[in-house]
Design a protein around this ligand. Structure first.
Ligand code: UD1
Length: 336
């Protein structure tokens, strides 16, 4: 019996592969290296086992996907593999719809053919946009603001419809903002080029590759005026995936959306302060205009995750930034 992790060479996928291995599961990773590389798999093998099964293939290649199910005794799947850059999705919408929806449909078809019914899907709090009520619960209205966001929204719908028609049960994990790294500092987030997300950018400033952080607006309706998000440690997030698989194995059924956050909102200025503490040096920043499309604030209601998965985040913002900094300082050029 093995757990299949699509996109398992990526940031969240690799941390989840480690967490799965630690429960004694056999793990099979499939990844096309579109946003990762072989060195991430090498590092993952050091943290798990040198025999970790890895298949380099694209999920749009249905023959390759079927081969994975034929060659391995897969009994559960976590589906991370997807394109995830909001700006790029606006420029290349068709690529995003083809990749993110085609891969999900093809994977579920292969699961049905091989009678695998348990799936955990990477969704995003982006489906809530700017919620009217915070903390945002799973019952809040959903939609999207970008092709990327629509692929998450549509994938949730596809899986909901498939779960109603097929022997398929799915947990749709709506992640808030994942940051941090494995405490060993040997795997972590390795963005291509100039990072869009706050913490990877802050870390590039900390290692001296960028001059200063640009704070996108301090005129929001928040305590210090900067944007507020629910940052969650990637190790907590990885453990949430294990809890979701366990819940499915214990009989959780249907297609169940669940927020994965800490329930605590932190502002951009608070993140920069916590990062300065972790790094042991002031991180320079300047305030610039708002970034188009950004929301003011959001954080998760976490009770449903606790009730259904028996899971709550345990790591705070300082631990997230200490661990992210350990990874970045030990690997200034990421995996290269
Ligand atoms: C972004 C995506 C979201 C995705 C998430 C993944 C957009 C509009 N949204 O969310 O769909 O699921 O990443 O983690 O891109 N900030 C700065 N300076 C920077 C970068 C960010 O001030 O250089 C601020 C932002 O305005 C925001 C906060 O930091 O208030 C977090 O930004 P970011 O890390 O990009 O995440 P989100 O915008 O929440």
């Amino acid at each position: 019996m093995a757990s299949l992790v699509t996109g398992g060479a990526g940031y969240i996928g690799s941390h989840t592969a480690v967490a799965l291995h630690e429960t004694g599961r056999d793990v099979v990773v499939i990844d096309n290296f579109s946003n990762s590389g072989p060195k991430a798999v090498d590092a993952l093998r050091v943290l798990t086992t040198p025999d970790l099964a890895f298949v380099e293939a694209d999920l749009l290649d249905s023959d390759a996907v079927r081969r994975v199910f034929r060659d391995h005794d897969i009994d559960e799947v976590i589906h991370f593999a997807a394109c995830k850059a909001v700006g790029e999705s606006v420029a290349k919408p068709l690529d995003y719809y083809r990749n993110n929806l085609g891969s999900t449909i093809g994977l579920v078809e292969a699961m049905a053919e091989y009678e695998v019914s348990r799936l955990v899907f990477s969704s995003s709090c982006t489906v809530y946009g700017q919620p009217d009520e915070i903390p945002v619960t799973e019952a809040a209205p959903t939609g999207a603001e970008s092709p990327y966001g629509w692929t998450k929204y549509m994938s949730e719908q596809i899986l909901t419809d498939a779960a109603a028609a097929l022997p398929l049960d799915a947990v749709l994990l709506r992640y808030f903002n994942p940051v941090g790294a494995h405490p060993s500092g040997t795997i972590g987030e390795d963005p291509n080029g100039i990072p869009n997300n706050l913490v990877p950018f802050v870390m590039q400033v900390a290692i001296g590759r960028m001059e200063k952080v640009r704070v996108f607006g301090t005129d929001y309706d928040t305590p210090d005026g900067s944007g507020v998000r629910d940052y969650i440690h990637v190790m907590d997030l990885a453990e949430a995936h294990v809890a979701a698989l366990d819940a499915l194995a214990s009989g959780l059924s249907g297609a169940v959306p669940i927020n994965i956050g800490t329930g605590v909102g932190s502002s951009v200025l608070e993140v920069i302060k916590a990062a300065s503490d972790a790094v042991g040096a002031e991180i320079p920043f300047e305030v610039v205009d708002r970034r188009p499309g950004d929301i003011a604030k959001t954080w998760a209601a976490t009770d449903y995750a606790a009730e259904v998965l028996g899971w709550r985040a345990t790591r705070d913002l300082n631990e997230m930034l200490r661990d992210h900094w350990r990874w970045q300082s030990q690997n200034p050029n990421g995996f290269e």
